[in-house]
Design a protein around this ligand. Structure first.
Ligand SMILES: [Zn+2]
Length: 239
């Protein structure tokens, strides 16, 4: 199934399903809660999993296309996730974003309850450039466009925003990029929480802008994505 943009939708949906299983294996699994989406290349809306499936179980046929008004147009007949507006609001605010994740991983949730600013202790935190804010308009589920738009405003031009006492929303300019940023934000929150727990004095890394700095340029994103896919294949072939 390809379209005018030349993008093969079936290939991308398979990639999105694998992205679900990869984030599940990297700290984001909370049974059936949480979701990743992909912007439909024909502008019809966004693709995400139905409510019934766990993050670690998602296959292409568990995905459905939701239009900008929340109507399921095609794909899985399962129930639509109520927090779909999170995804729609980010796509509306950010033309550069093609994939969005919203999950409740433990270290992001713990970090979201603090008044800390996320910095870069090592690489993971520094990928976010000190731009991660905490959205605190509501602590409840984000089920309407008003709250979701406010969350997208808090996201700004960053790759992630924490939701106070709730979880995280992360995004990327491709499925691969979003998955890599999702893994990095959970790891960055974990590193900073652990560091604070030591009671030691510590310093954070300030991005220098130098050429040899560890930044997530496209080849690194692709390398990490392919690595996580190989790891997924190995773990799934054991079951
Ligand atoms: Zn949520």
């Amino acid at each position: 199934m390809s379209n005018n943009s030349g993008i093969d939708i079936d290939i991308e949906l398979n990639k999105l399903a694998r992205g679900y299983r990869i984030v599940a294996a990297n700290g984001h699994l909370e049974a059936t809660l949480g979701h990743l989406s992909w912007r439909d290349p024909e502008g019809r809306g966004l693709w995400m999993k139905c409510q019934e499936r766990g993050l670690d179980e998602v296959e292409s046929n568990d995905l459905h296309l939701i239009n900008w008004n929340g109507k399921v147009l095609q794909g899985s007949k399962g129930h639509r996730h109520s927090e779909w507006p999170i995804h729609a609001a980010v796509y509306k605010a950010r033309k550069d974003v093609h994939c969005v994740g919203h999950t409740h991983p433990m270290h992001c949730v713990l970090f979201s309850a603090t008044n800390e600013n996320l910095v870069g202790i090592g690489h993971n935190g520094s990928y976010f450039g000190g731009k991660v804010k905490v959205f605190e308009k509501t602590l409840a589920l984000v089920r309407n466009m008003e709250d979701a738009s406010a969350m997208a405003t808090a996201l700004g031009d960053a790759w992630a925003v924490l939701l106070r006492n709730h979880g995280v929303t992360f995004c990327g300019n491709s499925i691969q990029h979003c998955v890599v940023m999702g893994i990095a934000i959970e790891q960055a929150c974990k590193e900073q929480l652990l560091m604070n727990g030591t009671g030691l004095n510590w310093e954070w890394k300030v991005n220098s802008g130098l050429k040899d700095e560890a930044v997530l340029y496209p080849r690194i994103v692709e390398n990490l994505w392919l690595y996580h896919n190989r790891k997924l294949d190995k773990s799934e072939s054991r079951t």
